[in-house]
Write a protein that binds this ligand. Sequence first.
Ligand code: BGC
Length: 754
Amino acid sequence: MKRTKLLVLALLVCGAAWSQEIKNNKGTIDAKVAELLSKMTLEEKVGQMTQITVTIFEDPAKPGYFDPAKLKQGIQDYHIGSILNVPNPGAPTIQRWQETLTAISNEANKTRLKIPVLYGIDAIHGASYTAGATLFPQQIGLAATYNTDLVKRGAEISAYETRASSIPWVFSPDLDFPRNPAWSRMWESFGEDAYLSSKMAVALVDGFEGTSVGSKYSVASCMKHYIGYGSTYSGKDRTPSIIPERLLRQYDLTIYQAAIKAGAKSVMVSSGEINGTPVHASKHLITDILKKELDFQGVVVTDWKDIIYLYTRHKVAESKRDAVRIAIMAGIDMSMVPEEFSFYTDLVDLVKKGEVPMSRIDDAVTRILRMKYELNLFQNSVANLKDYPKFGSAEHIQEAYNTAAESITLLKNNASALPLNKNEKILVTGATANSMKYLNGGWSYTWQGENSDTYAADKSTILEAFQNKLGKENVLYTPGADLEKEDDAEIQKAVELAKTATKIVLCLGEKNYTETPGDISDLYMSSSQIKLALALSKLGKPIVLVLNEGRPRLISDFEDKMSAVVQCYLPGNEGGRALVDILYGDVNPSGRLPYNYPKYPNSLEKYNRKYTESISEGEQNNDAKYEKSYSPQFEFGTGLSYTTFAYSNLKIDKSEITTSDEVNVTIDVTNSGSKAGKEAVLLYLSDNVASITPEVKALKRFDKISLAPGETKTVKFTLNQKDLQFVNEDLKWISEKGTFTVQIGNQKKDFLLK
Ligand code: BGC
């Protein structure tokens, strides 16, 4: 007892000392920033707000290498504060990154105030622009793990390997909240649920920034793309959104709030427009909500060329100069210009003529300098490679493998088609069966990820993972189909080969893409691939459909003819191995879908739909009937295992609560099968009657547990008042009296809010 008290006291003292140290450090940094700011000219300040892409400084005759005169002009004459992106032709080694950052740092040291240049990069699934880095599943796969510890660990590794590349700032996590699954960046998000997205966002921010962002193993994160970017009604990238502020607050904003609370150092603004206002021009969204209401103290950076686009695309500005004024007055701190210097020239002029006040410039530069101090860039702006022995190490690769293995989601398994047996003759076919670029997707080595097969030549495609497991001679393979081009002869070849196989593993999906190059007009799987699936299905042999895709391409034309369906999303460099280990039962699958997989293009309801979203069968029908017209191909949260889990004993500690109570919920989960397995336990809550039409159910908590055969664990969740609230017509979070239903697995229980 005495020892416990002493321990508690010691912890309190340490905690207090720690928070005092953070405060002191903040105080010191603020003082340093103020002092430096006071010495700066207007030109030096505006330079800090200017971000330029690295390729602008390259020597065209020597791709990937600087033209010293150009670099000098950018850093010395324009005083630029930040550089981004990957040099040509993509993905330098850590040694080349070190040389690149050294050249930048040397140039910055020649300036009057020696302010370091902040380098930012799209390291979105590992240090994905560095050759030899460990590449993890893309974000949609991270969400499918429902395992925040694993995701945080991955972000720590990603931070380590990015800093090993001498880069201190990553444009991640992606906090977009896609409302149309056709969107080309669906896979960069955490899927369709705001709570799951918030938890994953916090895991990434914590992992990236660590306990001290200035450590040589941490990086500053950048939440993106604030806000509403993923909600275009056309489903096409960078097209307009219409989002009532009530919904923006109830869903999208909560994800940012969680990440800001976790300490996210910066945010990138959405290239889109909401309700007719481009977000880059919205003082309401950037200054009033983000900076004032949410008290965000970090750096607000634009997305690529987005100030110029206010003039050339959105047509809300009369000139580039006018666009700069609008964006800076909306609250932008740094412009990703990024291919010329007009932003700098225009902003200097705007301040001189009194059209932008110096106070706005000082606010922006204070934020930028603070981040540079916090990142310790004044002391340490280039990596010492000796500090990074674990770059691309077996230990890191194992973590990426574990993450891929926990993300891969078994959606259907009829007649135990899976796991496969090593004695079965397997035909591996399909357009995605033998390519690293489809496993990695975009933002891998290059923007569109087209060179993954070269950079990751030592990694296993799905086919190679089969061959490694079974021996090359024991695996039948033919591509069967192209992703787009129809080829009947190739289909026929696959059919003939399939006749000699026991089972078919059919790998379908999508090309590598991101942003507008990934726009589609048809959510169905491409017809060349559907044709292959239908032709093979005529043989009557078990087909295991492996989906390797960034968004749910519709498979309703042939899904009923597939014995098993496995979603592997974009699992990264270790994904082929993890998938094949799952197919053979060496790993028990435990991923769950982070979105509703639609069946039809006009039925894109989310799992947390309103009751009226399935009204098509008629007002007279009872609730159960309404429910039937809502039928996604696979629902949010679907995820099978090779073992079975039984849920029992759902208990709530109070049947009635007041507006100050918490609710403790417990449930027993038993592995009722014969294989050890992991289970993501999901708690949904329904507010049964509310003045704003309630969601049918909403995810409020989750936990991932491991269970040996026969083992039972009691999982405990605590719900708080915020969980009972929604945003009302006056844009206020409120709860209302009445019954709430808790649902976990097949168990349900009500409580009353008095
Ligand atoms: C993308 C951002 C990215 C930026 C920098 C933009 O086109 O929308 O997500 O961070 O480029 O590469």
